[in-house]
Design a protein around this ligand. Structure first.
Ligand code: GLC
Ligand code: CA
Length: 551
């Protein structure tokens, strides 16, 4: 850890999914003006940075992760002027804006692709990845799209297939083409000059692929391209860059985010997510939560990046279920477990990310019919699983547990219709529990989940041990409790958390005993940690000690 931590190592990031955050004009779709109207709320929450999911021009096949013009804003979200106003208004409140850089692919409506598909010798043909049909005239390889079906689509006009790892309307860019890379860097610099605070980089581990060898993630040229990008764009600036990397391991994270590597600030890793997926049916088959396996992943990452690199910390995002539904209890102990999860996350070493609505304990949505879902992945997979012989009921149970739409229902601002998100009809139904779970019901309540997030985010700003202290895990094999310390220059924080809805009686190891000051707790708790204690359902607390105990 360098003496002076970078600003983004002390920051808390808040992710906004613009489509679902706040609708200013009643068309049922969230927009930039809506975000501006909620900036005071975000300032009061204490966050330093907003990660905006894509707001660029797009036909919205994948809700904006299919960009048709990198240098314009989708009209339903607003204009470039609105965006500049957002950057300026956020800055006044001490908040920076991260853009979502989606450069593994574009929309099929991007002018590059429209040109590329016109002829085999079209000027921009090589910006995308084209291959001849296989001898049987089928797809060139058996690579599958993440959203179902083959990752290749035949373009009849020129008789070749193009690669798309996501929908067929999201053709993959050819990063081996230096002119393409130069265009991307030019575009990034253009946004940087508009005053953004950095980039979240969509599926960035896919750009160095060698598709003929079947290598998509973590390909041979990935790190060369990232170093080139760094040199050509943000290298000379003090930005936060975070790459989405489903394939990342603690070892590869050191390549991405190592201090002297010249690549990114950090990556999003997903080992704690995919580990909970079913062997055959993936995320569409709920699996019981396994805390010991989960802690093993967290520990590997915390310890693996202890001396170099940097962790991102998150439980949810726009692709994942609601944290309280996934890792806590969204019924009887919703409030307790949401606070417990927040406490565990925010005391870890790394940069915490809060996904919109998490700070009020929003839950998964109980959709009963496939027609209530909007997400392209969920809709495609429904067809695919039924065709493979699975029952609709089994798939729907999986979707209720893990569909991306769980995270995409409207932000719940108040008990008004549609959670106060829109005065019109929302593009996706609001969660019916918005009458109980909403911002208005929590803003003045010191015992609320929202108040707990405010406190945690505030503590990180003032406690160096929380920012950069060493991480030391305890009770690794305990099936119900997560326990760890953070340590810095004689300062020490102990975090204990019960991940179950039952009382847990615990014999504390000597390292965790002592008398200190309670920083945060979701039940009444003194700063006295003796030999034994009982944790209430989903109880969590953090206690600060002045020095090592004499155990
Ligand atoms: C990332 C995004 C996801 C999107 C996909 C394709 O995983 O987070 O929402 O569908 O990339 O761009
Ligand atoms: Ca709108």
């Amino acid at each position: 850890m360098p003496e002076n931590a970078a600003w983004w190592q002390k920051s808390t990031v808040y992710q906004i999914y613009p489509r679902s955050f706040a609708d200013s004009n009643g068309d049922g779709i969230g927009d930039i003006a809506g975000i501006v109207s909620r900036l005071d709320y975000l300032r009061d929450l204490g966050i330093d940075v907003i990660w905006l999911s894509p707001i660029f021009a797009s036909p919205m096949d994948d809700n904006g992760y299919d960009i048709s013009d990198y240098q314009d804003i989708a009209p339903e979200f607003g204009t470039l002027d609105d965006f500049d106003r957002l950057v300026a208004e956020a800055r006044k409140r001490g908040i920076g804006i991260l853009l979502d850089l989606v450069v593994n692919h574009t929309s099929d409506e991007h002018r590059w692709f429209r040109d590329a598909r016109t002829a085999r010798d079209a000027p921009l043909r090589d910006f995308y990845i084209w291959r001849d049909p296989a001898p049987d005239s089928g797809p060139p390889t058996d690579l599958k799209s993440v959203f179902g079906g083959p990752a290749w689509t035949l373009d009849p006009l020129t008789g070749q297939y193009y690669l798309h790892q996501f929908s067929r309307r999201q053709p993959d860019l050819n990063w081996d083409n230096p002119d393409l890379r130069a265009e991307i860097y030019r575009m990034m610099n253009w946004w940087q000059d508009r005053g953004i605070a950095g980039f979240r980089m969509d599926v960035i581990d896919l750009i160095g692929k060698d598709v003929d060898k079947g290598i998509t993630a973590d390909g041979p040229r990935l790190h060369d391209y990232l170093r080139e990008m760094h040199r050509s764009t943000f290298g000379g600036r003090d930005l936060l860059t975070v790459g989405e990397a489903w394939s990342a391991t603690p070892e590869s994270a050191l390549l991405y985010s190592g201090r002297d590597r010249g690549e990114l600030s950090m990556v999003f890793q997903f080992e704690h997510v995919t580990q909970q997926w079913h062997e055959t049916w993936g995320k569409w088959q709920p699996k019981p939560f396994d805390l010991v396996a989960f802690k093993r992943v967290i520990d590997r990452w915390q310890l693996g990046l202890a001396d170099d690199g940097w962790n991102s910390l998150f439980w949810g995002n726009h692709d994942l279920p609601r944290a309280v539904s996934k890792y806590g209890d969204d019924g009887q102990y919703r409030v307790e477990s949401a606070k417990m999860l927040a406490t565990v996350l925010h005391f870890l070493r790394g940069t915490p990310y809060v996904y919109q609505g998490e700070e009020i304990g929003m839950t998964n949505v109980p959709f009963q019919r496939i027609g209530q879902y909007r997400d392209i992945e969920t809709l495609n997979m429904y067809e695919e699983h039924l065709a493979a012989g699975r029952s609709a009921a089994a798939f729907m149970a999986g979707a209720r547990a893990n569909s991306r739409d769980n995270a995409r229902t409207p932000m719940q601002w108040s008990a008004e219709p549609h959670g106060g998100f829109t005065t019109g009809t929302p593009w996706i139904e609001a969660n019916p529990n918005h009458d109980r779970i909403n911002v208005a019901a929590q803003s003045d309540d010191d015992a609320s989940i929202l108040a707990c997030y405010r406190r945690l985010i505030g503590l990180r700003k003032t406690l160096p041990v929380m920012q950069t202290g060493r991480y030391a895990p305890h009770l690794s094999d305990h099936p119900a409790v997560m326990a760890y310390e953070r340590l810095l220059d004689g300062e020490r924080i102990v975090v204990l958390a019960n991940f179950t809805g039952a009382d847990v009686h615990l014999d504390l190891p000597d390292a965790l005993k002592g008398t200190g000051k309670v920083l945060i707790a979701n039940y009444p708790r003194s700063g006295d940690l003796g030999a034994a204690l009982t944790l209430a359902p989903f109880e969590a607390f953090a206690i600060a000690f002045d020095s090592k105990p004499t155990g």
